[in-house]
Write a protein that binds this ligand. Sequence first.
Ligand SMILES: [Zn+2]
Length: 96
Amino acid sequence: MPIYEYRCPECSIFEVISPMSAASDQQSCPTCGGAARRKMSVPNLSKAGTSAFQLIDSSERSASEPQVVTGALPSRSRRKSQPYTTNPLHSKLPRP
Ligand SMILES: [Zn+2]
Protein backbone atom coordinates (compact mmCIF):
# COMPACT_ATOMS: atom_id res chain seq x y z
CA MET A 1 0.00 0.00 0.00
CA PRO A 2 1.29 3.47 -0.73
CA ILE A 3 2.24 5.96 1.92
CA TYR A 4 0.53 9.33 1.70
CA GLU A 5 1.87 12.46 3.37
CA TYR A 6 -0.47 15.06 4.82
CA ARG A 7 0.46 18.53 5.94
CA CYS A 8 -1.36 20.04 8.86
CA PRO A 9 -1.21 23.88 8.80
CA GLU A 10 -1.11 23.95 12.60
CA CYS A 11 1.27 21.07 13.39
CA SER A 12 3.49 19.26 10.96
CA ILE A 13 3.59 16.57 8.29
CA PHE A 14 2.31 13.09 9.05
CA GLU A 15 2.06 9.90 7.00
CA VAL A 16 -0.92 7.65 6.41
CA ILE A 17 -0.77 4.20 4.83
CA SER A 18 -3.96 3.51 2.93
CA PRO A 19 -5.02 1.80 -0.28
CA MET A 20 -5.11 3.92 -3.41
CA SER A 21 -8.88 3.66 -3.61
CA ALA A 22 -9.27 5.04 -0.09
CA ALA A 23 -6.76 7.91 -0.34
CA SER A 24 -8.49 11.22 0.20
CA ASP A 25 -7.32 14.77 -0.38
CA GLN A 26 -7.94 15.67 3.25
CA GLN A 27 -7.31 13.80 6.46
CA SER A 28 -7.87 14.76 10.04
CA CYS A 29 -4.66 15.55 11.90
CA PRO A 30 -3.86 12.96 14.61
CA THR A 31 -2.47 15.69 16.91
CA CYS A 32 -4.93 18.56 16.74
CA GLY A 33 -7.78 17.04 14.75
CA GLY A 34 -7.71 19.79 12.14
CA ALA A 35 -8.00 19.32 8.42
CA ALA A 36 -4.73 18.37 6.77
CA ARG A 37 -4.22 18.41 3.03
CA ARG A 38 -2.40 15.74 1.10
CA LYS A 39 1.15 16.66 0.18
CA MET A 40 2.75 15.77 -3.13
CA SER A 41 5.98 13.88 -2.58
CA VAL A 42 8.53 11.92 -4.53
CA PRO A 43 7.62 8.27 -5.03
CA ASN A 44 9.96 5.72 -3.50
CA LEU A 45 10.87 3.72 -6.57
CA SER A 46 12.63 0.43 -6.12
CA LYS A 47 16.21 0.21 -7.32
CA ALA A 48 16.32 -3.57 -7.22
CA GLY A 49 16.86 -4.89 -10.71
CA THR A 50 19.22 -2.21 -11.92
CA SER A 51 22.71 -3.28 -12.88
CA ALA A 52 24.24 -1.08 -10.17
CA PHE A 53 22.09 -2.72 -7.51
CA GLN A 54 22.95 -6.21 -8.78
CA LEU A 55 26.66 -5.39 -8.69
CA ILE A 56 26.46 -4.08 -5.13
CA ASP A 57 24.33 -7.03 -4.05
CA SER A 58 26.67 -9.62 -5.58
CA SER A 59 29.77 -8.03 -4.09
CA GLU A 60 28.16 -7.86 -0.64
CA ARG A 61 26.98 -11.47 -0.94
CA SER A 62 30.43 -12.70 -1.98
CA ALA A 63 31.88 -11.37 1.28
CA SER A 64 29.83 -13.79 3.37
CA GLU A 65 28.74 -16.42 0.86
CA PRO A 66 31.51 -17.18 -1.61
CA GLN A 67 30.46 -18.98 -4.74
CA VAL A 68 30.66 -22.77 -4.59
CA VAL A 69 32.72 -24.46 -7.25
CA THR A 70 30.57 -27.01 -9.03
CA GLY A 71 32.79 -28.13 -11.87
CA ALA A 72 36.08 -29.93 -11.90
CA LEU A 73 39.19 -28.06 -10.95
CA PRO A 74 41.42 -27.04 -13.81
CA SER A 75 43.96 -29.77 -14.47
CA ARG A 76 47.56 -29.10 -13.79
CA SER A 77 49.72 -29.12 -16.79
CA ARG A 78 51.70 -32.26 -16.30
CA ARG A 79 54.70 -32.48 -18.46
CA LYS A 80 55.35 -35.94 -19.61
CA SER A 81 58.98 -36.75 -19.70
CA GLN A 82 60.14 -36.49 -23.19
CA PRO A 83 61.62 -39.82 -24.24
CA TYR A 84 65.06 -39.50 -25.73
CA THR A 85 64.51 -42.43 -27.98
CA THR A 86 61.65 -44.70 -28.96
CA ASN A 87 63.76 -47.78 -29.56
CA PRO A 88 62.81 -50.44 -26.93
CA LEU A 89 66.32 -51.84 -26.91
CA HIS A 90 67.64 -48.55 -25.50
CA SER A 91 65.63 -49.05 -22.31
CA LYS A 92 68.02 -51.87 -21.34
CA LEU A 93 70.98 -49.53 -21.42
CA PRO A 94 72.37 -48.33 -18.08
CA ARG A 95 71.05 -44.99 -16.91
CA PRO A 96 73.13 -42.31 -15.38
ZN1 LIG B 1 -2.44 19.26 13.38
